[in-house]
Design a protein around this ligand. Sequence first.
Ligand SMILES: Cc1cc2nc3c(=O)[nH]c(=O)nc-3n(C[C@H](O)[C@H](O)[C@H](O)COP(=O)(O)OP(=O)(O)OC[C@H]3O[C@@H](n4cnc5c(N)ncnc54)[C@H](O)[C@@H]3O)c2cc1C
Length: 389
Amino acid sequence: MDLGLTAADAEFRREARDWLAAHVPAEPLPSLETAEGFAAHREWERELYTGRWSAVTWPEAYGGRGASLLRWLLFEEEYYAARAPGRVSQNGVSLLAPTLFEHGTQEQLARVLPAMASGATIWAQAWSEPGAGSDLAALRSSAVRTDGGWLLRGHKTWSSRAAFADRAFGLFRSHPGADRPHNGLTYLMFDLAAPGVTVRPIGRLDGKPAFAELFLEDVFVPDADVIGEPGQGWRVAMSTAGNERGLTLRSPGRFTAAAGRLAALWRATADPADTALRDRVADALIGARAYQLAAYAGVARLTEGGTPGAAASLTKVFWSELDIALHETALDLLGPRGELAATATEAPDHGSWADGWIFALAGPVYAGTNEIQRDIIAERLLGLPKGRR
Ligand SMILES: Cc1cc2nc3c(=O)[nH]c(=O)nc-3n(C[C@H](O)[C@H](O)[C@H](O)COP(=O)(O)OP(=O)(O)OC[C@H]3O[C@@H](n4cnc5c(N)ncnc54)[C@H](O)[C@@H]3O)c2cc1C
């Protein structure tokens, strides 16, 4: 395999680096899990869009650059190396957009994508329910047929950033008599400000209010906001899940940049005699590099017409465990100072290692728990017998 970049790819990387150097805010924005931070991050999305960096792989007609997946990887490496702000539009750009490209109508693409790219519409994912997380097909929220559309009823939970987002996408039971729980579901987009929607923040350990549950009472959704065929929502949802677990949610740039910062932290602070810590830093560097190479190989396969499929589960387990190990190593290097809150003036690196660690702990849970991913790996990649459910 040739790992060299063409001159045009290298030029693309340089252009991204220069733009980021000129535009990334000097001070970190406030947390996007707060109202103030959410607004600041929405502004940042607008700026990215103005530079045509908010969705580089999309066609130009929707605000993208028509860039290849390889160039997306290069852009992401530059993005994280520049320590650019977190992407508040991530649910839309990484999850809903690939789903629309695969299953949406031309009208939906033209209506939804430009507003998503500019940050004018920020999306939340409304899949999970109190009784339907790992067993998503157990969901009970319903879509009932009405004139010109559907009425949504039910209760969704664990919806990232839903307290401040504008719209959501989710799965609803539309054909209750279907033969299997996976059948008879419909994938819909809806407005979080529509009559009948109540958004209630879920308390978090860090006190930030963006995580929320949704209560839906006869919320009207027009037919134009159904993605794919009514009753075929599971098939549509599985393409979202492949993207969520696989490449697009967690590009390797995030980990190569963090592992590089960890190595710098080790050089600046560590006792060279502490070989155990040194080895953990080296493991993080190797893990990030391995993930990077695997991602490049994955992109090559996708470019040749493959799909993420069950291999996305392998990726998901890998990046979520790497993220925890990397942050734990940083906190062990920093000692008690690493525990200072981001607001403390003496917090090393604006408290980003402690914040990152807390977030990393959720990695084995969201996007499908690692226990479930291991089952998928065992059954579909290794061909082992089905486990007991
Ligand atoms: C930070 C964060 C952000 C999230 N954001 C969103 C979001 O934006 N939108 C959204 O819809 N959801 C979101 N989620 C929800 C997430 O997808 C679910 O938490 C996840 O799918 C697990 O479901 P659950 O919480 O109901 O746990 P459960 O399914 O009840 O699982 C509990 C435990 O039992 C294990 N378990 C369950 N079934 C099996 C089995 N068959 N075999 C082996 N082990 C099993 C699980 O692995 C887990 O360890 C988020 C979650 C977190 C933590």
